[in-house]
Design a protein around this ligand. Structure first.
Ligand code: ATP
Length: 382
C-alpha cells in the first residue's frame, strides 16, 4: 500500500439503474498516481470497469455523499470502503452542514462568495422553507429553552438556504468563519465573521453551522434526503411559478466557485432569485432539457456534455413587469461570450462566459420557455 504507484483509495458507491429501477452497488478504487479509476460490482464481486482514467473524476470529488459521472452514469459516493482511506481522507474531505437563515437570505450571493473564497466546495444547495414541524425537529435539542419560541418564529419566517460544504476540517473551519452565536458579541470578538457582518443579535444571527461531523451528517440528511429514497420527501422549493424565467449556472462556473458572484450580479441587475437548487444532471435529463437546440445549434452535443460535467445550479428568476423574460435575456447577453464581450460588455455572459459551450449561464430563450424550464427543475426533477 506504500508503493505510490499502487496507492489506492477505496469508496463504496452506488448507481441507480433507472431502466431496471434498481440500485447497483460498486466498489470504486481511485489511484492518485495516474488519476485512474477501477470499479468492482460489489454484489457479484466482479470487475466492472478496468483501471482507467475517467475524464473529470479527481480525488477532489471523492467524499461521502458526492455525485460523479463515470461514462454517463451518475454514481453516488456512499462512504470510505476501508480504514486506510478513512484515516487518510476523513479530515481532508470533511463535510459540514450550513444554513443561511431568513434574516440573511437577501445576502446569499455575498455569503456564498465568502464561502467559496474561503476554499469550501458547495456540494449541495437548496433554497427552501422550514415548516413549524421541521424547525422543531431540526432544533429539537433546544426545546424548553427560553429562546426556543422566538427561534421557531424566526427560522420559519422566510426562506433558508441549505448548504452542504466540503473542505479540509470543514466543521471547525466553518464554525470559525461564522463566529460566535450572538452577532452583537461577534462584532466585538470576530468582526470579519459572517454573524458579525450579517446578523443582528443572539437569535437573528444570519447563519448556522453544525457543531460536529456527526451533527453535520444528520443535518445534511434532514435537508437533503436521498431523492430516490421513499422514506421522506425532500423539503419544498421556494419557486413561485409566476411571472418567471429560468437561469442555469453551468458546471464550469460552479466548479470555479463563482456561484456567489453570479447571484450577486443577478440581484445587482434588479432581478429576484425566487428559487435556487443544485442539480447533478443525468445524460438523459440534459438531452431532454436541451432538446430544442438539437439539430439547430452545432454545439448541442458539447452543451449536453458540459451540463453533465458536474453540478449545475438552477434558478427561478422573478421580478416586476410583463417584459421580465426579455429583460433578463438581455442582461444575460448573446450566446457567444466572445461576441458578448464586444457587443454587450456589461452582460453576464461577457463577464462569466468562456466560449459557446462554457457560456457561463443558460437562460430561457423565449418568454414561453421560461415557465416550462422552471417547471422542469422545480416540479419534475423534485
Ligand atoms: N441565548 C440565546 N438567546 C437567543 N437565541 C439563542 C440563544 N442561544 C442560541 N440561540 C439561537 O438558537 C440557535 C441554536 O443555538 P446553538 O446553541 O446551537 O448555537 P450555535 O451552535 O452557535 O448556532 P447554530 O446551531 O445555529 O449554528 C442559535 O443559532 C441562535 O439563533
Amino acid at each position: 500500500m506504500c508503493d505510490p504507484e499502487n496507492l489506492r483509495y477505496a469508496f463504496n458507491t452506488e448507481w441507480f439503474d433507472a431502466e431496471a429501477s434498481l440500485t447497483r452497488p460498486y466498489l470504486l478504487f481511485y489511484y492518485p498516481s495516474d488519476c485512474s479509476v477501477e470499479l468492482t460490482d460489489s454484489k457479484l464481486n466482479r470487475t466492472f470497469l478496468r483501471r482507467t482514467r475517467v475524464e473529470g473524476v479527481s480525488l477532489d470529488q471523492l467524499y461521502e455523499g458526492a455525485s460523479l459521472h463515470i461514462f454517463g452514469r451518475l454514481m453516488t459516493v456512499l462512504g470510505f470502503a476501508d480504514d486506510f482511506t478513512r484515516n487518510r481522507l476523513s479530515l481532508v474531505k470533511q463535510r459540514t452542514f450550513a444554513m443561511v437563515k431568513p434574516d440573511a437570505v437577501a445576502h446569499m450571493g455575498e455569503i456564498l462568495k465568502a464561502i467559496q473564497d474561503h476554499g469550501f466546495t458547495v456540494s449541495r444547495m437548496k433554497l427552501t422553507r422550514l415548516s413549524e414541524e421541521g424547525a422543531a425537529g431540526f432544533y429539537e435539542e433546544h426545546k424548553g429553552k427560553h429562546f426556543f419560541d422566538p427561534l421557531m418564529q424566526f427560522v420559519t419566517s422566510g426562506p433558508v438556504l441549505a448548504l452542504e460544504l466540503v473542505a479540509e476540517n470543514a466543521v471547525a473551519r466553518w464554525r470559525e468563519l461564522i463566529g460566535p452565536t450572538d452577532s452583537a458579541k461577534a462584532r466585538e470578538a470576530a468582526p470579519d465573521s459572517l454573524r458579525a457582518r450579517f446578523g443582528t443579535n443572539a437569535t437573528l444571527n444570519a447563519v448556522h453551522g453544525s457543531d460536529s461531523a456527526e451533527a453535520a451528517a444528520r443535518e445534511a440528511a434532514f435537508f437533503f434526503p436521498d431523492s430516490r429514497s421513499c422514506r421522506r420527501p425532500g423539503l419544498p422549493t421556494t419557486a413561485c411559478f409566476a411571472n418567471n424565467t429560468c437561469c442555469v449556472i453551468l458546471p464550469h462556473l460552479v466548479k470555479a466557485g463563482r456561484v456567489g458572484e453570479v447571484l450577486q450580479a443577478i440581484e445587482a441587475a434588479g432581478f429576484r432569485v425566487a428559487a435556487a437548487e443544485m442539480f447533478y444532471m443525468e445524460n438523459a435529463n440534459a438531452e431532454e432539457f436541451y432538446e430544442i437546440y438539437k439539430g439547430v445549434v452545432p454545439e448541442y452535443g458539447a452543451m449536453v456534455a458540459q451540463l453533465v460535467s458536474g453540478p449545475c445550479v438552477a434558478l427561478e428568476i422573478t421580478g416586476d413587469g410583463d417584459d421580465l423574460p426579455e429583460r433578463f435575456r438581455k442582461c444575460v447577453g448573446p450566446r457567444d461570450p466572445e461576441m458578448a464581450r464586444h457587443l454587450r460588455p456589461g452582460s453576464l455572459r461577457a463577464r462569466f462566459g468562456v466560449d459557446r459551450v462554457q457560456m457561463g449561464l443558460h437562460c430561457s430563450d423565449l418568454p414561453e420557455d421560461g415557465p416550462l424550464e422552471v417547471d422542469y427543475f422545480f416540479k419534475i426533477l423534485q
